[in-house]
Design a protein around this ligand. Structure first.
Ligand SMILES: [Zn+2]
Length: 156
């Protein structure tokens, strides 16, 4: 991919993978994708982790400035409850903490007098990598990139 111009090397290991009279190539440790990978435009999968990522791991009913929560402290909330014909879709599902979810119960936000932080939408793409790594197995060179990608959960 480096030679095809699809990625550029950001950092590399000292280890050489190729050496000749004119060229020495070191093992890349972090590369940056220069173009979108070709292929079908992938729809963002409707999954708990992706809804949580869209909602930034923050309860959508807690007051502004509330901290991010680990997935174990978040649950799906149907904005319009299923009992009111609410659908399980990107536009009707938000992340909520268990206490807000309980408080809201089988009501719409208006009925429960609760304010939704933002109108849920289907994202065109996800801004962060949703992969999770075991911190101990991450090569040192990756750590800062993964950190700045915001991919790790707090306290999980
Ligand atoms: Zn909450």
């Amino acid at each position: 991919m480096v030679f095809d111009g699809k990625v550029e090397v950001v950092t590399e290991y000292d280890e050489e993978v190729y050496r000749s009279v004119t060229i020495t190539i070191k093992m890349p440790s972090v590369v940056r994708l220069l173009h979108r990978v070709r292929g079908k435009k992938q729809a963002v999968k409707f999954s708990r982790i992706n809804v949580a990522t869209r909602d930034n791991f923050v309860c959508q009913y807690c007051p502004a400035g509330s901290p991010k929560l680990p997935l174990s402290k978040l649950t799906y909330d149907h904005v319009v409850p299923r009992s009111h014909n609410g659908k399980t879709t990107w536009e009707n599902i938000v992340m909520a903490c268990y206490s807000c979810n309980e408080k809201k119960a089988n009501r719409t936000p208006a009925q429960a007098k609760m304010v939704l932080r933002k109108t849920p939408v289907k994202p065109a793409y996800l801004p962060v990598v949703t992969m999770r790594f075991d911190m101990k197995s991450i090569p040192d060179a990756w750590v800062s990139f993964i950190y700045w990608n915001g991919a790790l959960e707090e306290g999980a």
